[in-house]
Design a protein around this ligand. Structure first.
Ligand SMILES: *[C@@H]1O[C@H](CO)[C@@H](O)[C@H](O)[C@H]1NC(C)=O
Ligand SMILES: *[C@@H]1O[C@H](CO)[C@@H](O)[C@H](O)[C@H]1NC(C)=O
Length: 223
């Protein structure tokens, strides 16, 4: 009993002198440590809050400014004379392409805009579409062109195939629009990107665009 009572008192007594010997610097250190910890915690908290708020601001800005791809659709496509067997002699294709910039803040610089017409994956005509132009945000521009003569490769054989399709109700073409595009945000310009728009377009017996093809969004991608 006596030894067990002695032991703890002996152990308690031993560190006490050590504590007392270093007590002044010990408390100074303790206060300094807790102050440092608290200050660094506050700084850390402020920093994380700023990071969080900044991140949200950047995210919202990005959401509202992020460039959308141009929206390309065919508003009109007409190949007259399809009802006549010798229509190929004066063959022509006229079309209107709608290009819409749906961005709120980003503009497009269009360069080297060209159109290609394909029939069953074979190119039958191509033409430059417009000179370079700048399209401001929320703008819709209609580009129209007529392909004929040298720009349209249609002979009597091909015409006969068109007319076979026509007899079944529709002739399906593909109109591709390519362009070099730069994005503009305030004073910043992006580098040039090559845009491709692939549009399937069907015409009916009279050579006019079918309702199912009119104003249908084209597949737009960049390379
Ligand atoms: C197509 O463009 C031509 C020439 O700009 C215009 O006269 C015609 O109204 C346009 N058609 C459509 C459907 O937008
Ligand atoms: C789109 O931009 C063109 C060229 O700047 C302009 O002529 C046309 O009026 C604009 N259209 C709209 C709907 O703002």
């Amino acid at each position: 009993m006596s030894t067990s009572q002695q032991l703890p008192t002996h152990h308690q007594r031993e560190p006490k002198p050590i504590k007392r010997r270093h007590s002044a610097s010990y408390y100074v250190n303790r206060v300094r440590d807790s102050l440092t910890t608290r200050i660094s915690k506050i700084i850390c908290g402020i920093f994380l809050t700023l990071l969080f708020v900044g991140g949200i601001a950047v995210f919202i800005t990005w959401l509202s400014l992020r460039p959308h791809r141009p929206r390309i659709l065919i508003s009109n496509f007409f190949i007259p004379g399809l009802d006549q067997p010798d229509g190929f002699e004066n063959a022509e294709i006229s079309f209107n392409v709608t290009a819409r910039n749906a961005n709120r803040a980003v503009g497009y610089y269009y360069d080297s805009v060209e159109a290609f017409v394909y029939y069953r994956d074979r190119e039958i005509g191509s033409t430059p579409l417009v000179d370079s132009f700048y399209q401001e945000p929320k703008n819709t521009t209609i580009l129209s062109k007529v392909l004929k003569g040298a720009t349209l490769d249609v002979n009597s054989d091909r015409w006969r195939v068109f007319r076979k399709d026509r007899a079944r109700g529709a002739v399906v073409f593909r109109l591709d629009v390519t362009a070099m595009i730069r994005f503009k945000l305030s004073t910043w310009d992006s580098k040039r990107h090559r845009m491709h728009a692939n549009c399937d377009v069907a015409v009916g017996r009279d050579g006019s665009i079918l309702a199912t093809s009119k104003n249908k969004r084209c597949l737009v991608y960049f390379t």
